[in-house]
Design a protein around this ligand. Structure first.
Ligand code: SAM
Length: 275
């Protein structure tokens, strides 16, 4: 079945979508049978996929909280934002700094429909349908122009999106574009499938490539290289559960709990544009 959205794009419920499969893994309800089928393949063949999805959301929350609490950044662009879930970027940011503004960007028409209903809660949040591979179009979108002041520092969020950009589409170019648009003192958060050079990585990459034609696991060095010209902040590129864990999650650091092989397969990193 194809459902038309108000802007003329269509939601195809016969083909799986990255946003909806991810929503299913997170326990959401904005998905169709075809997404659940693929999600169940992930759960069966990649048993860590649910843990990866939750670890990723938790790190995103920590990063936005940290940026809002410890810096003057009060505006965010969330690229490849996904379907609304618990603790979306604007909720985290506005909890700590109510004046924070957020532009959500995604290509999935369902994100536009549900996002407009659930994310545009106030005049400081917008959802736009645009392709992160065309950053100039995101920058020029009237909602971006209205909400984001590019003379002030911006938090640029690439959470679980750049691994959906293949090498020939040059993900570093996308980060570079935003680096050059924002002033010094801006922050860049990336979470990204992390290559373990192990069978789990190979298998996961194969399943994603077969399903969506994209899904690239990159090494820590390759992920760091995406942040060229930016200062990578402590603790660097690390498995996501180890990225500035909350004290309650500190069990990974004090040796009580070893990371599973799956928890190594997603990395997070925060960087700052220097003066
Ligand atoms: N950022 C959210 C998070 O970390 O929880 C969602 C991540 S989800 C795995 C990836 C999202 O990126 C999906 O919603 C998908 O529709 C979106 N996406 C994939 N390719 C995209 C592109 N070229 N432009 C914009 N969004 C894209």
């Amino acid at each position: 079945m194809t459902v038309m959205t108000d802007d003329g794009s269509s939601i195809d419920s016969t083909k799986p979508s990255i946003a909806r499969v991810y929503d299913y893994l997170l326990g959401g309800r904005d998905n169709y049978a075809v997404d659940r089928e693929i999600g169940d393949v992930f759960k069966r063949d990649l048993p860590g996929s649910v843990a990866i999805a939750f670890a990723n959301r938790a790190a995103l929350t920590r990063a936005v909280r940290e940026i809002t609490r410890t810096t003057g950044v009060r505006q965010f662009i969330d690229l490849g934002s996904g379907l609304p879930t618990a603790d979306n970027v604007h909720q985290v940011a506005q909890r700590h700094a109510p004046e924070s503004r957020v532009v959500y960007v995604d290509t999935d028409p369902q994100v536009l429909v549900h996002g407009r209903a659930l994310l545009e809660e106030n005049d400081r949040t917008r959802v736009i349908m645009a392709d992160v591979r065309n950053p100039a179009a995101v920058r020029a979108h009237p909602d971006t122009v209205e909400l984001i002041d590019f003379d002030r520092p911006v938090g640029v969020i690439f959470s679980a999106i750049l691994h959906h950009v293949n090498d020939d589409e040059d993900p570093a170019r996308i980060v570079r574009y935003w680096r050059d648009q924002v002033p010094a003192g801006s922050y860049f958060f990336i979470s990204h499938f992390r290559s373990g050079n192990n069978p789990e990585t190979t298998q996961a990459e194969q399943i994603l490539q077969q399903t969506f034609g994209r899904g690239r696991w990159r090494t820590d060095e390759e992920i760091a290289a995406l942040l060229d010209g930016l200062d990578i902040l402590e603790p660097g590129v690390v498995p996501t559960p180890l990225w500035r864990p909350d004290p309650v999650d500190n069990r990974w650091n004090n040796g009580e709990k070893e990371l599973t092989v799956w928890e190594h397969l997603i990395a997070s990193v925060l960087a700052r544009k220097p003066e």
